[in-house]
Design a protein. Structure first.
Length: 202
């Protein structure tokens, strides 16, 4: 059964292996990504788009509402939302994502630069995007259960986040989660994973 799901692992010390790309899955020697989405429109049927020319990968969960405006502004002929985002990134860099309106998560992987960007729209998503890091790499997922399956984090409560959860009733209004070592991406922000420098920044 289809669901909206994003799941990924960035390995700091991955083993050399050939690139594999299927509809819902992408893997190279340092990234393992799975993306599933419930398709609502004609432009969102592709799960993961990989542009061989620029060696850039994109997956979109949710929807970008102004695709036609972006395509017209830059003279783009692509019809798929992820393909349009790849071209926008090639033209404008990561700042190009600020032109996207809607309710979405976007994952961009620039293979030549060995950079990954996880971006959330201003309005957020109904699904949170959790992430955790350790000496082996970075783990991210829209499912906390799946994240904990891969990330070897000790499962300790984050006392401050528990207080905020009780105070604000059902929401923690920042990047914290109820578990130590696990954070979530807040709306109108992006997570930058720099493989070369082994660095993660918001």
């Amino acid at each position: 059964m289809k669901q909206n799901l994003l799941n990924g692992i960035v390995r700091w010390n991955g083993e050399a292996q050939p690139r594999r790309h299927e509809d819902e899955h992408f893997q190279n020697d340092w990234l393992d990504l799975t993306a599933q989405r419930i398709s609502l429109f004609d432009f969102d049927e592709q799960q993961i788009c990989f542009d061989a020319e620029t060696q850039t990968l994109c997956a979109v969960l949710g929807y970008v509402a102004n695709l036609d405006d972006i395509a017209q502004r830059y003279g783009l002929i692509e019809k798929n939302d992820a393909a349009i985002v790849v071209r926008l990134y090639a033209l404008c860099g990561i700042q190009g994502l600020t032109e996207c309106d809607g309710v979405f998560f976007i994952v961009l992987c620039d293979e030549p630069a060995r950079m990954i960007y996880l971006a959330q729209s201003e309005w957020g998503m109904s699904l949170p995007l959790y992430y955790a890091t350790d000496q082996r790499g970075v783990y991210f997922s829209t499912s906390l259960k799946r994240l904990l399956r891969h990330a070897p984090q000790p499962r300790r409560l984050n006392d401050e986040a528990v207080k905020q959860f009780l105070q604000f009733e059902h929401i923690i209004p920042n990047a914290a989660t109820l578990l130590q070592g696990v954070q979530k991406l807040v709306p109108r922000a992006y997570l930058q994973i720099d493989w070369e420098r082994r660095n993660v920044a918001v």
